[in-house]
Design a binder for this molecule. Structure first.
Ligand code: ATP
Length: 419
């Protein structure tokens, strides 16, 4: 028997052994499942410990939490529990279950089941494997549906012909894994996917669920190929039936994002909203309004998307020949962080890019040494006037007209004459 955990990460190994031992004490069989198994075989890093037990996962999680002295979060309805080890490792435990769908796209009805049934409810063969972690058979692979063969053939395949109808979010998942690993959609799977899209299957899924999966695409290291693939399959229409995406524009945006990401200033930024802004860039206002209403975006994300629609005007303002740093600051500060990133990558003007870089790198961090108390001491009441005076001094500081606290105070006295 091959031990698939032979070269497993040390920290993870210790944890799964402990979970396996504790499960065995209760006479439960325990396995790691899903993406982490796929990634072990592909020799890719993955720290998402998804564990399935043939037994009561919640009881097991409670035992482990007690033993490790950590908190456990229980989802009784789903028979699942999560805990975090003292080393910050998240462990998700679930009772093996089988699923049935009341109607296409609905959330499945789940009942306890065997490992085999649990694997059968999964999206793709390559995500439907398990590795035993109990003392008996530690490291043994369970591959009921040909996942290993598909991994070596680089094939993306669903487990049964109703898969995309039961759960159309799998369309997005299949595309995501196909592109992430440079795999190829197996012929029958592709036909099933196209048929599901033709039938409009995605409209059976509640928008928040579909969006959660779509967002994962935008968060991929390289979302462009997924977007191109979805576009080619007419699979972007779920965002809105009237949305026409200009994929050429998205390609250009992606190229610029990749370039910006090479700079340390932009390497750690969250770029998914910027891709989303790019997809909506040429849509008319009614379409954007519908999209913003349907999908679970935060207030800030919505605001950013609305701001991104003014990008042409803002780039024009930022292109003015002589513009003080404080004027750039005044244009950019009301924007969300993501709307600023969007501006940074839609513009081809070097001067505008440099101005945005300086704003993010320096000006946004500029702080005054004086505060409200200093203003009160020179007789400014704490009202709107105080805010305006402080704002004025901040602009002077950004333009390097003042530096020390003394200079700031002197500037306060001068601006009091103005306001
Ligand atoms: P990633 O590497 O992006 O984290 P993952 O495969 O770990 O990918 P998750 O979204 O964390 O993806 O899902 C964990 C596992 O749950 C998957 O590997 C798959 O077995 C199963 N799964 C997730 N979503 C679905 C779905 N819609 N239908 C069936 N099975 C699913």
């Amino acid at each position: 028997m091959k031990n698939y955990l032979l070269n497993f990460d040390d920290k993870l190994l210790r944890t799964v052994r402990e979970v396996g031992r504790q499960a065995a004490k209760k006479k439960y069989a325990a396995y790691i499942v899903g993406g982490i198994v796929r990634d072990i075989i592909l020799k890719r890093k993955n720290y998402d410990l998804d564990i399935v037990v043939e037994g009561d996962a919640i009881r097991l999680a409670r035992d482990l939490a007690k033993k490790w002295g950590v908190k456990v979060t229980v989802y009784k309805k789903f028979g699942t529990a999560s805990l975090e080890t003292s080393k910050g490792l998240r462990v998700d435990l679930a009772t093996a279950r089988r699923e049935s769908y009341a109607h296409p796209g609905a959330l499945p009805v789940v009942r306890p089941g065997s490992l085999k049934e649990d694997l059968l409810r999964r999206d793709l063969t390559v995500n439907a494997m398990a590795i035993a972690i109990g003392p008996e058979g530690f490291g043994r692979l369970t591959d009921e549906y040909g996942g290993l063969a598909d991994l070596s053939k680089k094939a993306v395949r669903v487990l049964h012909k109703n898969s995309f109808i039961d759960d159309p979010t799998r369309i997005l998942r299949a595309v995501r894994f196909e592109q992430r690993f440079s795999f190829k959609m197996e012929r029958q799977t592709l036909l099933l996917m196209k048929a599901a899209l033709r039938k409009g299957a995605p409209s059976n899924v509640k928008p928040p669920r579909y969006f959660t999966e779509f967002k994962k695409i935008l968060c991929e290291e390289d979302p462009l190929n997924c977007l191109k693939r979805l576009h080619q399959l007419d699979g972007l229409c779920f965002l809105d039936p009237k949305l026409e995406v200009r994929i050429g524009d998205v390609c250009l945006l992606h190229k610029r994002i990749q370039k910006a990401r090479k700079k340390s200033l932009y390497a750690q930024k969250d770029w998914w909203p910027v891709y989303f802004m790019g997809l909506l860039a040429k849509a008319d206002d009614r379409v954007v309004k519908r999209v913003l209403e349907r999908f679970p975006l935060t207030k800030n994300e919505r605001r950013g998307i609305e701001q991104s629609r003014q990008s042409i005007d803002m780039v024009r303002s930022l292109s003015a020949r002589s513009l003080r740093a404080s004027q750039v600051f005044r244009i950019l500060r009301p924007l969300t962080a993501e709307a600023v990133l969007y501006l940074r990558v839609v513009t081809s003007k070097v001067m505008v890019s440099q101005r945005i870089d300086r704003f993010l790198d320096r000006d946004i961090e500029v702080k005054l040494r004086i505060n409200g108390d200093d203003l009160k001491a020179v007789g400014v009441a704490s009202d709107r006037r105080m805010g305006r005076v402080l704002e004025n001094i901040l602009h002077l500081k950004i333009d390097k007209k003042v530096g020390t606290k003394q200079e700031e105070l002197k500037a306060v006295l001068l601006s009091l004459k103005e306001f």
